[in-house]
Design a binder for this molecule. Structure first.
Ligand SMILES: NC(=O)c1ccc[n+]([C@@H]2O[C@H](COP(=O)([O-])OP(=O)(O)OC[C@H]3O[C@@H](n4cnc5c(N)ncnc54)[C@H](OP(=O)(O)O)[C@@H]3O)[C@@H](O)[C@H]2O)c1
Length: 312
């Protein structure tokens, strides 16, 4: 059995890699997960579970047959992949699986670069936030060569995810599905934020509103409401947001670029994105994507911060 590597231990990556390492440890025939990250100390919980640290991405790639990446954006992914495709190391028969949210064009370019080196590339972006990643219940959209996805799916299904949507052999399709899904995510966060500001201003109360959101609109919408009422939309400055505001703005910008090319309109997403941009301008980088709520609060004459969020 080939060794498995993991690069990227952010809010999502650490939770996902943790579930993968636990799975490998259970199947004692497999070697431990070899992991790497820009900030290596983020991997300490993985090491405690038996994972093995490796500071060099290139060494990790040379030791592993399957390499997962979960990084912030297109540039970080491209830099990582180029660092190995531009070197002399052999990548023959290796499988690279990227779970980040990136533009389909980035996926196409990355797959082509790796194909030249006789390696396969799978795009496997995920739906669900950090608590769902911790529970191993993410939804994956996988795309790329069937030979590779057949090998990788058992490392995902019931390990890191509850469902794998197979988007076929064209890896760009799964990236496109992810960007399309995030149009709903961001619009839903805006809708929940608006409803919660309305509930507060009309003295209906955010507790009753939250109960209704969870019951009538499902656990995803209920989870977004909790990000507001627990203050997680603006977490303490020394913490990592669940889904950083700049990551959601990146995803929205990918959607706008593709919508423009296809002559489609995304007016709701525009409203929500403008509010996220305004939130970041007011309160800085350390914000969750649901922080459009702070701006909606300001527009209604309230403070950006609520009683549970950080206060400045
Ligand atoms: N959070 C969510 O709810 C969610 C849900 C679905 C999909 N996604 C997508 O999944 C991806 C990861 O999200 P996340 O929330 O885990 O992000 P995150 O917490 O910000 O983590 C980003 C990861 O990328 C690494 N990184 C950032 N800049 C780098 C650079 N210049 N060089 C090398 N490594 C770098 C970070 O390393 P350090 O640890 O050293 O900073 C970290 O490992 C993103 O594409 C995001 O859009 C997120």
């Amino acid at each position: 059995m080939t060794r498995i590597g993991w690069y990227g231990l952010g809010s999502m990556g650490l939770a996902m890699a943790t579930n993968l390492q636990k799975h490998l440890a259970k199947k004692s025939i497999l070697s431990s997960l070899l992991y790497s990250n820009r900030t290596m100390t983020r991997g300490d919980p993985l090491r405690a579970l038996g994972g093995t640290p490796e500071t060099s991405f290139s060494k990790l790639v040379s030791e592993c047959g399957i390499i997962f990446t979960m990084v912030s954006n297109d540039t970080v992914l491209q830099d990582l992949i180029t660092s190995v495709t531009d070197s002399n190391q052999s990548l023959k028969d290796k499988i690279f699986v990227d779970c980040s949210t990136v533009h389909p064009e980035t996926v196409g370019l990355t797959a082509a670069k790796l194909k030249e080196k006789q390696a396969d590339f799978l795009a496997a972006p995920v739906f669900g936030g950090n608590p769902i990643a911790v529970d191993g219940k993410l939804v994956f959209a996988i795309g790329g060569p069937k030979r590779a996805s057949d090998i990788v799916k058992p490392l995902i299904q019931d390990v890191m995810g509850r469902k794998v949507i197979d988007c076929g052999e064209d890896a760009k399709k799964s990236a496109l599905l992810k960007i399309a899904g995030n149009i709903i995510t961001v619009n839903l966060m805006e809708a929940v934020g608006e409803a919660q500001v309305f509930a507060e201003k009309t003295c209906l109360g955010t507790g009753a509103m939250e109960e209704l959101i969870g019951e009538a609109f499902g656990p995803v919408a209920g989870g977004y409401s909790k990000r507001l009422t627990t203050g997680a939309y603006a977490p303490p400055l020394d913490s990592r947001p669940g889904f950083g505001v700049s990551l959601a703005i990146k995803d929205a910008n990918h959607a706008f670029a593709m919508a423009k090319e296809s002559n489609a309109e995304l007016p709701g997403l525009k409203v929500a994105t403008d509010n996220m941009v305004a939130a970041r301008k007011y309160a800085g980088e350390c914000l969750d994507s649901s922080s459009m709520y702070g701006v909606l609060r300001q527009k209604a004459g309230l403070e950006f911060w609520n009683e549970k969020s950080r206060q400045g």
